[in-house]
Design a protein around this ligand. Structure first.
Ligand code: ATP
Ligand code: MG
Length: 566
């Protein structure tokens, strides 16, 4: 979109421009994306990925993928693999720059020894609970640990013995010696190493101590010679600590810049909450199409292009806000409208018999694959005497504005003929309409009447004898509440789950061209919505379809409302 190319630069790009102008990093731009492998990536991570890799691309710089794997109790190789797959799928490439914080464990240990030798770190025997009590509060200063003034020799000896596993988990920590009265709680002698005799997915049982995030992150950035370390706002208060470690050690010093995290309405974006939904069976896995995970969105039918456009449109801010999920849906619709092949599929089938159409005749009619893109060509769809149409496209007693099929009413069947409803057959017991009897006008082949007469409605349909019965899964927002993370007293976020977030329809009938649809392939079912062939449950010849999006664009409506309110 040309008008988006000219939009003003965000504050991060403005900082980078300035740093290039002053030659602060010798003309280099080097970012990193640092996920912790303790869950699948979600759309919030996509914002960070697009930002970090996007900036590297735009400035001819580099972006590393670095696993921030310092907490072996929560991490797993399954997550490492999914993260790499998701970043690649989004269209980004870290080249040969795949790193793990755990690769730096030895170097980080040496940095800790240096801090001890400088009198800037000490081994503390307070329990985690005591450390909390000593820390003080926002209004009260903390209290110094009784172990704060241990000698360098004693600290070196104890720290070395912590490393080899001589002490029980949690019995001691290594802490930075900064300032227990600092107004910033993060500076009140933060823990930098803890004892955790837990095997690590990469280093095995080599280590009995693991470094904390704040210590690891700045030094990993420094080791990799990152120029701009972009992170979310909750790290703003940690920045003094980021800078403190680097300054004390006198090492290469990247700049940390914070931006607002993405919050999306009607979903949750914390790995902990998403993990609960998976573990407790509320969804069918991390890649459930209702999940805001990259794997879920992919399975649902979202394209990397739509996600990247979304990340570009939401832009960057320094204040947290909530983005309406309708914008994400708008981006996927806009993309699929251009690329997805149109087909016909009937979700709630109602049988139609065309009384004046010969019993064994089949015609192959031409249908347009995508009116937005003539290069996508045409295909044949079979037409015969018995068809299915959508149940809601018929009303026995239609209200004024209903222009679809009704007794005595003539409508167009897309790419086929005009038909007129001549009779309605009902179930004797329930009174439910089970079949329509119609006639067709052979002169209207292709969908136009030579005498110029008009019809108001055009319906999609499939030939009953040729249609493939398929399962279709309709999705709605996972949560009814726009902000499910804002939990009312006595409730949990799970109570806001939308009971209709998944509705399974079976059988639906789709045109025969879809028998060979491949997993992950996306279509627009005309008048119905966008659908994607499920990559997990489809079998050759019997695709299962996930609804990617409806055709209704609620975002356009929201924008209109917002324009009015301004
Ligand atoms: P969660 O709270 O879901 O566990 P996290 O921040 O702990 O997320 P990480 O794996 O540490 O997850 O995140 C990797 C990177 O992605 C970090 O730089 C983080 O700031 C960024 N990130 C995470 N969530 C979001 C979000 N909602 N919006 C933008 N960036 C995010
Ligand atoms: Mg994190």
């Amino acid at each position: 979109m040309p008008q988006e190319k000219t939009k003003p630069k965000d504050f991060i790009r403005a900082i980078i421009d300035e740093d290039l102008r002053t030659d602060k990093y010798g003309g280099r731009v080097h970012t990193r994306f640092p996920p912790e492998p303790n869950g699948y990536l979600h759309i919030g991570h996509a914002k960070s990925i697009c930002l970090n890799f996007g900036i590297a691309d735009e400035y001819g710089g580099l972006c590393n993928l670095r696993f921030d794997d310092t907490n072996p109790t929560k991490e797993d190789v399954e997550y490492v693999e999914s993260i790499m797959e998701d970043v690649r799928w989004l269209g980004y490439d870290w080249g040969d720059r795949l790193y793990y914080a755990s690769d730096y464990f030895e170097q980080l240990y040496q940095y800790a020894i240096e801090l001890i030798k400088m009198g800037k770190a000490y081994v503390c025997d307070l329990s985690p609970e005591e450390i909390r009590q000593y820390r003080g509060t926002l209004t009260e200063p903390g209290k110094e640990s009784p172990y704060r003034n241990r000698s360098v020799e004693e600290n070196l000896d104890l720290f070395q013995r912590m490393r080899v596993g001589e002490f029980p988990d949690g019995s001691r920590t290594l802490r930075a010696k900064i300032d227990m009265a600092s107004p910033n709680l993060n500076m009140r002698d933060p823990v930098i190493y803890r004892i955790m005799r837990v095997p690590h997915h990469r280093t095995g049982d080599k280590w009995s101590i693991y470094p904390m995030y704040d210590f690891t992150h700045c030094l990993s950035d420094s080791i990799e010679r990152i120029t701009h370390s972009l992170c979310t706002l909750e790290f703003e208060d940690h920045r003094p600590l980021y800078d403190w470690f680097l300054d004390q050690l006198g090492v290469y010093h990247p700049r940390q810049i914070e931006f607002a995290r993405l919050n999306l309405s009607h979903t949750v974006m914390s790995k902990r909450m998403l993990g609960q939904l998976v573990d407790e069976g509320y969804v069918r896995g991390w890649d459930d199409p209702r999940m805001p995970t990259i794997a879920g969105l992919r399975r649902r039918g979202y394209t990397p292009e739509a996600i990247r456009t979304f990340c570009d449109r939401i832009g960057l801010a320094k204040r947290d806000s909530m983005v309406d999920i309708a914008l994400l849906e708008h981006c996927v619709r806009e993309d699929l409208n251009k690329r997805a092949q149109r087909v016909m599929g009937v979700l709630h089938p109602l049988k139609v018999v065309i009384e004046n159409y010969p019993e064994d005749k089949v015609e192959e009619l031409d249908a347009i694959n995508n009116p937005e893109d003539p290069s996508m060509g045409t295909r044949k769809v079979p037409f015969s005497r018995e068809l299915y149409i959508e149940r809601d496209d018929f009303m026995e007693n239609p209200p004024k504005k209903f222009f679809r099929l009704a007794p005595g009413r003539e409508v167009r069947l897309r790419y086929a003929y005009f038909i007129t409803c001549v009779d309605v057959i009902k179930d004797e017991n329930t009174g439910e309409v089970i079949e329509l009897r119609c006639t067709y006008d052979p002169a209207t082949r292709g969908g136009d009447a030579p005498d110029g007469r008009k019809v108001r409605g055009t319906l999609h349909w499939v030939s009953a004898a040729h249609a493939i019965p398929v399962e279709v899964r309709l999705y709605e927002h996972l949560f009814l509440k726009p902000d499910p993370g804002d939990v009312e007293k006595g409730k949990t976020f799970k109570e806001y789950i939308n009971p209709n977030s998944l509705v399974v329809l079976n059988p639906c009938y789709v045109e025969p061209s879809l028998a060979n649809a491949k997993p992950g392939e996306r279509f627009q079912f005309e008048r119905v919505g966008y659908f994607c062939v499920d990559s997990v449950d489809s079998k050759p010849g019997t695709p299962v379809f996930n609804r990617t999006a409806t055709l209704r664009d609620t975002w356009a409506k929201i924008q209109k409302r917002e324009a009015k309110n301004q």
